[in-house]
Design a protein around this ligand. Structure first.
Ligand SMILES: [Zn+2]
Length: 327
């Protein structure tokens, strides 16, 4: 085999590759000389722009220019890189694969309410460490740290405003506040949101994004499941619609109670929704889970959801639904 090749391609290619190798080696030498600040041999072959005059990097740390943080973002699904501005204009949906990035309540309010005009309600209700619970640190300390770190006051924010021609109330969870956990404050804020809806004859939407109950509040946290579920039935009695939007991730006590009690239960594409996480289930039942298990598409197929909505169509779809409910 080798001899045939050698016969077909005589001496010339070998000479070529030899020259190439020499060139590469020379380039490497030049590059190193340049890095080290050595001048000489290759001076005329290089532009002055790329020639380092002094050896080493001499910029002091204080003078170094930082790339602004958070300017670029990478899609966790398809690795597409784009600017945060581009992503924001696309409502935090990947322009390439339509992966829905996780966003907070401010972003959802901006998407839903006309001209970003809304009133935030019940901000004065705050969590309290009434059980004096301590894990790695005390619950009180955890709360204070989270308040200092974020500009949100608890894991859910309630806002009232106009969505197209409809008066609308949205209660939206923030995952960055202790994993969007269901505590007494979330329960109370939703209850008051229901009262507000009853007084103003407005429909309610809860946007779920939670890891489940807040363990630092123990049974008080679990009680919120019953409290909110009971309270929501008053909306039903008053013939006011309640829509539940499940986003990635919606787990534990939230999905096991009011997260599945909507007149309409809808979800964003690809959202992970369930009670216990897939790893826990897999370890318990000792069986492989089906593909796409607990994703919104899987849940839709198995009858848990009414439909899946792309974030870019969310506002229009909700407006149509509210018109239909009114009729
Ligand atoms: Zn993507």
């Amino acid at each position: 085999m080798f001899s045939i090749l050698a016969a077909n391609f005589p001496a010339k290619p070998q000479a070529d590759s030899g020259t190439k190798q020499e060139n590469t080696m020379k380039q490497e030498d030049d590059f190193e000389a340049n890095l080290a600040g050595d001048e000489g041999q290759s001076e005329e072959s290089k532009s002055g722009w790329f020639r380092r005059i002094k050896k080493g990097i001499l910029t002091s740390t204080a003078e170094k220019k930082e790339t602004p943080e958070g300017l670029w973002t990478k899609c966790p699904n398809c690795n597409y890189i784009c600017t945060v501005t581009e992503l924001r204009e696309n409502l935090f949906v990947c322009p390439k694969c339509t992966h829905h990035h996780r966003i907070g309540s401010s972003e959802y309010f901006e998407i839903l309410f006309n001209d970003n005009q809304y009133e935030v309600l019940f901000e004065n209700i705050r969590s309290k460490d009434f059980l004096h619970f301590t894990d790695l640190k005390s619950y009180q300390k955890r709360l204070e740290e989270t308040w200092a770190k974020t500009d949100i006051t608890d894991s859910i924010r309630v806002a009232a405003g106009d969505l197209k021609e409809h008066r609308f109330v949205v209660a939206c969870m923030d995952f960055e506040f202790i994993g969007g956990s269901l505590g007494s404050v979330m329960g109370e804020r939703i209850s008051r949101a229901v009262d507000y809806c009853l007084q103003n004859r407005a429909p309610l939407m809860i946007i779920c994004k939670s890891g489940g109950a807040r363990m630092m509040e123990s049974a008080f946290s679990l009680m919120q499941m019953a409290k909110v579920s009971g309270k929501l039935s008053q909306l039903s009695d008053a013939r006011l619609p309640y829509i539940c939007l499940l986003t990635d991730p919606s787990f534990g006590g939230v999905s096991a109670s009011f997260g599945m009690l909507g007149d309409l239960n809808i979800a964003e594409p690809g959202a992970l929704i369930g009670f216990a996480g897939p790893r826990v289930i897999k370890e318990t039942i000792k069986k492989d889970l089906p593909e796409g298990f607990q994703r919104s598409e899987f849940l839709l197929e198995h009858g848990f959801l009414d439909f899946i909505v792309n974030r870019k169509e969310l506002k229009d779809k909700i407006a149509t639904l509210l018109t239909l409910f009114k009729g």
